[in-house]
Design a protein around this ligand. Structure first.
Ligand SMILES: Cc1cc2nc3c(=O)[nH]c(=O)nc-3n(C[C@H](O)[C@H](O)[C@H](O)COP(=O)(O)OP(=O)(O)OC[C@H]3O[C@@H](n4cnc5c(N)ncnc54)[C@H](O)[C@@H]3O)c2cc1C
Length: 359
């Protein structure tokens, strides 16, 4: 059980900036995301694509922006245990419930059993929790040889080290995984790498597709064209993937591990059951405070709606700023509420850990 000032649901760009704004105002935040990395859509959907409309940043990529936001929030983020304080960035955790407690606080629980209690909640859930698109093969469910992410380390090792890994998909996600896996060296590398796609052509960035085609031409990876239709298991162990080939025949592909990389899709899931007023699957908020219909629960970024709403990063950053100021005033009404500048405030420098700010 973690007791804290605030919880941010979603470590997308807006959730990360929310943590920064809360930190500036002296509020501790725990941030939770189902993905294995922070960055939301910027990292899950368009990591290498350019963004041109962040104020003062003529161009950055989705991945670059996320890295900068994480760096900016670093004074207030602990992704590795820090003494008694533990971590406050919780990845691979799906928030499943939000409950208003009799003492006015909120209790948040994740599917993985994390429980947090806080006085303010910031829902920065975008279009929902990003979950990997799965293969419709029920026999695969629960298999320890089925993976969706590249960083699934078990007991200090990647599960497919020294074994035959089959990657399914033909888009950016699958091809970038193939490139990354084919450049793995040493004992972490799979002994054999096969890409399975339903067509010989890829629906991916052309440079990425060219790089992967070169690996296929060099014989460094195998390409198998076919649609997965079933699997064969022996004593619960995955042995074979059955594929419907372009010739209309079923082919059998022996494998040790299966990495499904067919993209991510956002799911609102349990969020719709939390008692928040919704409008077309988005959380209705006040455009002055970004508070929802539940007192102390704010919604920022793509998940909210109000008159004039635009789903832009810039708007999400503005919303996070005003929501943090409103929450700070509600949680600490006795504290002075005047606006401090990061340029000149010694208090903010102290919170940011800036030792010798330029005068
Ligand atoms: C292709 C593309 C290009 C874009 N280009 C631009 C651009 O040029 N300029 C611009 O301003 N905007 C652009 N956008 C829009 C911009 O990416 C979004 O406005 C922004 O990502 C919203 O940020 P967010 O933090 O609100 O949500 P998201 O980025 O969607 O992040 C939400 C996070 O919350 C997590 N989450 C949700 N529910 C749960 C839960 N229950 N438990 C745990 N985790 C949860 C999700 O996994 C996700 O990581 C673009 C969008 C796309 C798709």
């Amino acid at each position: 059980m973690i007791d804290t000032d605030s919880v941010v649901i979603g470590a997308g760009p807006v959730g990360l900036f929310q943590v920064f704004q809360l930190g500036l105002l002296g509020l501790e935040a725990h941030v939770i995301d189902v993905l294995p990395q922070a960055g939301g859509q910027c990292v899950a959907l368009y990591p290498d694509k350019p963004i041109y409309d962040i104020p003062g940043v003529p161009m950055c990529t989705g991945r670059g922006l996320s890295a900068q936001l994480r760096e900016q929030a670093r004074p207030f983020l602990r992704s590795a245990p820090d003494g008694k304080k533990g971590v406050n960035l919780h990845l691979k955790q799906l928030v499943s419930s939000l409950e208003h407690l009799p003492d006015g606080r909120y209790q948040i629980e994740t599917h993985q059993g994390l429980i947090l209690r806080c006085r303010a909640v910031f829902v920065a859930a975008g279009a929902g929790a990003f979950v990997p698109k799965t293969l419709p093969l029920p026999k695969l469910e629960g298999s320890q040889q089925l993976h969706y992410h590249l960083d699934e380390v078990h007991e200090g090792r990647l599960p497919w080290s020294g074994q035959h890994l089959v990657v399914v998909g033909g888009g950016d996600e699958a091809l970038s995984a193939i490139l990354s896996l084919s450049s793995t060296e040493g004992s972490d590398a799979p002994s054999r790498l096969t890409l399975v796609h339903r067509r010989a052509q890829f629906q991916a960035d052309s440079a990425l597709a060219c790089d992967v085609q070169a690996l296929i031409d060099q014989g460094r990876i195998d390409l198998v064209v076919g649609m997965p239709t079933d699997v064969e298991l022996l004593d619960g162990r995955l042995l074979t993937l059955l594929l419907l080939g372009p010739d209309g025949q079923t082919h059998r592909l022996a494998l040790d591990h299966l990495l499904v990389r067919q993209g991510m899709s956002p799911k609102l899931g349990a969020l719709t059951q939390w008692g928040l007023a919704l409008e077309r699957k988005q959380i209705s908020v006040s455009p002055a405070t970004f508070e929802s219909s539940l007192p102390g629960v704010y919604a920022v970024g793509d998940i909210n709606t109000y008159p004039g709403k635009k789903r832009l990063l810039l708007c999400g950053f503005h919303e996070a700023t005003l929501a943090a100021h409103h929450a700070a005033a509600q949680l600490n009404p006795e504290a002075p509420q005047h606006l401090l500048y990061t340029t000149t405030s010694p208090l903010l420098h102290e919170r940011l850990g800036v030792l010798n700010p330029q005068k």
